[in-house]
Design a protein around this ligand. Structure first.
Ligand code: NAD
Length: 367
């Protein structure tokens, strides 16, 4: 099977960090025989500058065909005054919506060398490796009715939390499948104590488990208690599955356990395509960082680790994904740091490409 990849570097530091990913992709082709058919295109402000829209139809069509889309970042002050309909972020939202990417995967992994960056104590976060699966296309951010209405003599703001059984079913399956590739444990979080949608959520997750994933350990937790447990002892979790709203909050909490924005990858997955691979978009959690764009200061690790997720979840090469993650870990353990990861005064940070060089050297050393 050929491996097809669409690269969308985007704006700001996007192209800088993506340049390092491209070197890594070439390394896997040359040294591991893992060939990718790579195409590159525009998204966000970069697409607006050329096409007058943040995602051209042809780019959207290509994204629907490939095995995986790898995106850098979109946005920047140059585009702040644009009409809402053509803002850079609309390009990303269009990709997520039209590819129907319903499962958002946010790993929170704490590399030992960076444990001191966390706001929590070293022993609480060191070696942490959890995965939050957030439902991304339904729930209170999409439910109808919504709006601000007049009622009697005042206004009322309304949003509706709404989940169908099939929406819960498919994201639960995604979580169980993931758990089987990891620690085989899922904790489902909702508010079944106060929300009917939570009662249904819990029922459906349990039903999917009992029918098709009895080998996976399943527990249920109220989302507020889950937030507390994430800060108290996060290592008790393996995979957490939750809805759009709670997932938005809990994944940000979990991400910050690990310290730095420049280290956080993500994946958004949809239904399987004809070749059995899921629709997939991989991107770092950070934005286009206009304050450091063009200066060679950006940390490329989040984008590189997003490619590692693509190796694991789109191309079924968990072995090579681990090789890449270990190379990043080794480089950090050796004290190589971009500016965002510097603590000691007077130490000299490496540039974006310097970090890429170090990771490539660690990959060479892994052979
Ligand atoms: P940001 O993530 O771009 O930056 C926040 C801070 O973190 C900045 O100080 C930045 O320098 C730093 N930072 C981020 N990534 C880094 C990296 N890889 N290496 C080193 N430092 C890094 O968020 P922001 O400043 O709120 O937003 C800037 C622009 O990015 C806005 O236009 C926003 O809309 C957009 N944005 C895009 C995405 C996306 O493309 N998915 C996500 C968030 C924000």
């Amino acid at each position: 099977m050929t491996n097809t990849l669409l690269i969308l570097p985007g704006d700001g530091i996007g192209p800088e960090v993506m340049a390092e990913v491209t070197r890594i992709i070439d390394w896997f082709g040359a040294r591991r025989g893992l060939k990718f058919d790579v195409s590159e295109d525009l998204v966000g402000g970069a697409a607006y500058d050329v096409h007058g829209v943040p995602l051209a139809d042809a780019t959207m069509a290509r994204a629907q065909e490939v095995d995986a889309v790898l995106l850098g970042a979109v946005g920047g002050p140059k585009y702040d005054a644009l009409d809402f309909s053509v803002k850079p972020e609309r390009g990303l939202l269009r990709l997520r919506k039209e590819m129907d990417l319903f499962a958002n995967l946010r790993p929170a992994q704490c590399f030992d060398a960076l444990a001191d960056f966390s706001s929590l104590k070293r022993d609480v976060v060191s070696g942490l490796d959890i995965m939050i699966v957030r439902e991304l296309t339904s729930g209170v951010y999409f439910g109808e009715p919504r709006g601000i209405f007049e009622e009697k003599d005042e206004r009322v703001g309304i949003n509706t939390q709404r989940y169908t059984e099939s929406e819960i079913d498919r994201v639960a399956r995604a979580a169980f499948e993931l758990a089987r590739k990891r620690g085989n444990k899922v904790c489902s979080m909702e508010k079944a104590n106060v929300m009917e949608s939570g009662i249904l959520w819990r029922e459906v997750v349990q039903r999917v488990h009992d029918a098709d994933y009895p080998d996976v350990e399943l527990s249920h937790m109220y989302a507020d208690a889950g937030g507390m447990q994430l800060c108290r002892w996060p290592k008790q979790f393996d995979v957490i599955v939750t809805d759009n709203l709670f997932g938005d909050l809990l994944s940000d909490v979990a991400a910050m356990l690990t310290g730095s924005l420049g280290m956080l990858p993500s994946a958004s997955l949809g239904a399987p395509m004809a070749n059995g691979r899921p629709k997939a978009l991989y991107e770092p959690v950070h934005g286009s960082a206009p304050d450091i764009a063009g200066q060679g200061k950006a940390n490329p690790c989040a984008c590189i680790l997003s490619f590692a997720m693509a190796l694991r979840y789109s191309f079924d090469r968990g072995d090579e994904a681990t090789r890449l993650e270990r190379a990043v870990e080794k480089v950090l353990a050796d004290g190589v740091r971009t500016a965002d990861l510097m603590q000691a005064e007077g130490a000299t940070p490496v540039s974006t490409s310097g970090m890429g060089d170090a990771i490539l050297a660690a990959l060479d050393a892994s052979l």
